[in-house]
Design a protein around this ligand. Sequence first.
Ligand code: KG4
Ligand code: ZN
Length: 344
Amino acid sequence: MKKNKDSIILGIESSCDDTSAAVLINGKIHSNVVANQEVHTNYGGVVPELASRAHQQNIVPVVDQAIKQANISTNELSAIAFTKGPGLLGSLLVGTSFAKSMSLGLNIPIIDVHHMKAHIHAHFIQTYNENEKSVPEFPFICLTVSGGHTQIVLIKNYLDMTVIGETIDDAAGEAFDKAAKLLGFEYPGGPLIDRHAKKGDHSKYKFTYPKVEGLNYSFSGLKTQFLYFLEKNKKEDAQFIDKNLADICSSYQDHIISYLFKNVKKAMDKTGCKDLAIAGGVAANSALRKHLQNLGKQEQYNTFIPAFEYCTDNAAMIAMSGYFLYQEGQFASQDISPKARITF
Ligand code: KG4
Ligand code: ZN
């Protein structure tokens, strides 16, 4: 039976290497299913062709599971929200085509969602069994750090966001993953650097900062700096990495975090915001989370970190974005196509 008064939104995420579906009922998450793709671990990065094939295999069971876990039937859905971009085109096409066909079959609207805005909307996610939780107050600053993006965003309202600083080349996640690859870790190596860094001395090795205008970042030089650092030390001691792994990870990680927060502090001063949030896959990093909390105490900012499962790619955040757009009646038409690159 269709519950017309309820808004029931199915969210679909397929921008990179996670296939995910979630159900949001009246603004609360009832299910969030994520299928990770193991297929890329040995390649040192996401292989686009393999990613789209895996999405194709995963999408039906993942959506089916999300619907079942939410205890609803597909004909109760009010709308389908999907990631339009940015991301890998072949991956985005799977989610977009699926959302379009399903909406045609059910005769319900589709809502196109910006993946990076959705990472920020993860702060407003509440599950059906959760009490009221504190959320950032507008305007606030969000540092969005993922495998593909590094942005400082000024959020004036749910649907009014401006990027005020961003990387001019690699993302912070890439800086983690590329260094991890040089250390011999599987992809994605960011979480492994985090794990090894826990036992290390963050002040043992020093790296330098690039000169970049305004609130922007540059991470491409850091990868080269790290490569030369390893090569130089390996020449002196072939066992250098094995003997110093924790200290290397901790120093490198600390360098990235300090660099990120240098500009965040400037952004807070410039905008006068009192609320500071982090989002995106790299926001799962334990030292980054700790640094945010310490900065908050020191500067008297209110700080916000999404729940761990809503930091990395997930469809709950897509459904959440979809909900804000649904309330404004912002729907997409059937001729919409995904975009690998889109601005805010
Ligand atoms: O947001 P996300 O899941 O996907 C993109 O939209 O890119 O972010 C993935 C990135 C990867 O670079 C991964 O290594 C990084 O987030 N990441 C971490 C941690 N967990 C995920 N980086 C450092 N420490 C972590 N604990
Ligand atoms: Zn992401």
